[in-house]
Ligand binder design. Structure first.
Ligand SMILES: [Zn+2]
Length: 94
């Protein structure tokens, strides 16, 4: 968590730290937006994952049963993309 850092001008020309979320309005806004993005990424990943498992259930119920090759490439790709977005947000902070 770096926030935007040393931005408050001191009398001697140096700059003081902004104080980070809870103290600095810009950092607080940045953290809130990050949390919103992370929740959105989580929800999107969950929905994409549920879609994949629904498709697996549907294929399971057919006479041929589930085989990976029968899985929708589009569904797998959208789950992968949703996972990567969520994964990258889990591992980072503003
Ligand atoms: Zn700040």
């Amino acid at each position: 968590m770096n926030g935007h850092g040393h931005v408050i001008p001191n009398a001697d020309g140096s700059k003081a730290r902004c104080g980070g979320p809870g103290i600095c309005a810009d950092c607080s806004r940045e953290l809130t937006q990050f949390n919103i993005d992370q929740m959105d990424a989580r929800d999107t990943f969950l929905a994409a994952s549920v879609a994949v498992w629904r498709e697996i259930d549907r294929l399971d119920a057919e006479p041929e049963g589930y085989h990976p090759v029968r899985m929708s490439v589009e569904l797998r790709q959208s789950e992968r993309a949703a996972w990567e977005r969520y994964r990258d947000l889990i591992g980072s902070r503003p």
